[in-house]
Design a protein around this ligand. Structure first.
Ligand code: CDT
Length: 326
């Protein structure tokens, strides 16, 4: 193997139903960790909210009732076996879960755990899609804005040993974040080499009204990840929950992408499935030293709107308007 290479794995999970306990999810994740170890991986990425069904599709009139979906400690008795497996197999892992803090804050969170079982990095989801209130027009709710607060940790990147390498620059995002180039660029500006992300994406966009064919859902997900990797010269491991969960179809299609924006591994089932790829981190150098040499070519003075403004504004109206016939 190349001296700057490591083998990473995306551990896609098939559906977790509402009645499935944490123990059911963790047992399946442990089996995937064993498989990853046998295939020589040093890091395994699990999906967003990996311990339960994607509960933001369920409406709780009394928000406090939704606390049953949240973890109040990490590790917890239910998740301790994952940390023990990491130590036993010398395998890092990334885990998405719902976090309830001691002072009562709720986040959609992911952690990166070292092969020694220590939490290296935590990220709290920033781009929360969906609604805060029950939406009578939707067959399936998407209530992330009801149950979670906007993450307060920014988009952190850490350099830490992984897979026998002295230091790998690793950052995280969660699901909807992958569609936002700003998120990728903030990671790119911290020299991220490996972006870890989990997602739960329904196969049908209920808001599309006929303008988004089925196949475009996966296309847009892959397009976002492939563009993010290319434009920021990094690898990504993007892991889905897949299949029919509580009657709602999640589209799976987990992928691993290289800094050229190419998919180098892709899941082919709607079930628990491990995909792996060797990532030669030297590949990040080309983009960083040429077309995306940020220090040489970025023009932040022209990007002020990116941070000064949230919604789009209309452009100025051309003064000649009204003199033409249409
Ligand atoms: N979990 C998540 O962020 N899913 C969104 C779909 C939201 S549809 C209201 C995604 O961007 O994949």
């Amino acid at each position: 193997m190349n001296p700057r290479s490591l083998i990473v794995a995306a551990a896609q999970l098939g559906p977790l139903q509402r009645a499935d306990s944490r123990a059911v999810a963790v047992a399946r994740m442990l089996a995937l960790m064993e498989q990853a170890h046998r295939r020589g991986a040093s890091l395994v990425v699990f999906p967003e909210l990996a311990l339960t069904t994607f509960f933001p599709r369920h409406y709780h009139e009394n928000i406090a009732e939704a606390d049953v979906w949240f973890e109040t400690a990490m590790p917890s008795p239910a998740t301790a076996p994952l940390f023990a497996a990491a130590r036993r197999l010398r395998l890092g892992f990334h885990l998405g879960y719902a976090e309830l803090t001691r002072d009562g804050h709720h986040y959609n969170t992911a952690i990166l755990v070292s092969p020694a079982g220590e939490i290296l990095l935590k990220y709290r989801k920033i781009h929360l899609p969906g609604q805060a209130a029950f939406h009578p027009g939707r067959k399936v709710q998407h209530l992330e804005k009801r149950y979670f607060e906007v993450g307060d940790l920014g988009f952190p990147v850490i350099r830490a040993p992984m897979g026998g390498l002295a230091g790998v620059n690793m950052g995280m995002m969660i699901c909807n974040d992958r569609r936002w180039p700003e998120a990728w660029r903030v990671l790119g500006l911290q020299s991220a080499e490996l972006v870890l992300l989990g997602y739960n994406t329904p196969s049908i966009n209920q808001e599309a009204g006929g303008f988004e064919a089925h196949h475009l859902r996966v296309f847009h997900s892959h397009l976002s990840i492939q563009a993010g990797c290319y434009q920021n010269a990094c690898f990504a491991v993007a892991t889905a929950k897949a299949g029919i969960e509580d009657g709602c179809e999640l589209f799976g299609h987990s992928i691993i992408v290289n800094p050229q924006g190419e998919i180098i591994a892709q899941a082919g089932t709607w079930d628990d499935e491990l995909i792996t790829a060797e990532c030669n981190l030297e590949m990040c150098r080309l983009g960083r030293t040429t077309i995306f040499d940020f220090a040489a070519h970025r023009r932040p003075e022209a990007y002020a709107r990116i941070t000064a403004q949230t919604g789009a504004e209309p452009p100025p109206v051309w003064p000649g308007q009204g003199r033409t016939s249409s």
